[in-house]
Design a protein around this ligand. Sequence first.
Ligand code: BT5
Length: 251
Amino acid sequence: MDDLNAFVIPQGCRIGRPLILKALTGSTNDDARLLASGGAGHGTTVLADAQTAGRGRLGRAWSSPSGENLYLSVVWRAGLDSIDPPLLALGAGLAVSEALDLFTPAPTAVKWPNDVRYHGKKLAGLLAEAIYRGSRANAVVLGLGVNVRGEVFPDSIRAIATSLRIVRGEDVVRAVVLTALFERLDGTLGQLCADGFGAIRQRLIDRCESIGARVTVGEITGVGVDLDAGGALLIRDDYGAIHPVRAGELR
Ligand code: BT5
């Protein structure tokens, strides 16, 4: 964990303070949710070297061995009066993809809504969980799992997962990746909150592999053609009808 212990929050960054570093935890999202429910401020971050119950969406497991990858959860409170949690999650996926480009031979892509992939394999996943007071979210926990140094994955994900180490062919220091992630998250999400989704929409479209691809969500199959002003993926079916998809799992 020495490389994580040595990590210093980039100057001027509004997230990552306080930083709670754990050698082992169940799930950093659970830890951050608890902190957020107790009133923890914007930017509070839990970072773990390993998780015993790392999770993805819909209760799926996130492989979280020690010494290899990044598992962190950021309490985000800014701008929630104007930005919905799903848009924040879209912005976070864009930020992570842009940050990871600094370490990959070619640009990474976003699989809508927010998986970050390299040549079709998953480099990073995002689990955004809103905490509501009444009908309004007063915090969103942005949980990030980024495969940095892992080289051997469990059988169940070997065919679909990759890491910076694998795509680069050389070691990557976790603290350096963490610095890039904090800078991009702070910058891109700050821009989203200040200027709205329109300010980052084109950047996301440019790296969204689900646009121009044949996709299926639930009952809808067609070609992803655009993202609308609310972040929905527009799918054109084989009869030419356009379907906006606001949430779901692309196949
Ligand atoms: C995600 O879910 O992609 C969100 C993952 C978020 C994990 C972070 S780690 C820090 C924070 N604390 C948590 O407890 N969670 C967050 P989803 O789209 O549902 O993808 C889950 C699927 O990805 C699994 O069913 C596997 O197929 C695959 N998977 C599991 N572990 C993986 C890994 N390390 N790398 C790539 N794919 C993985």
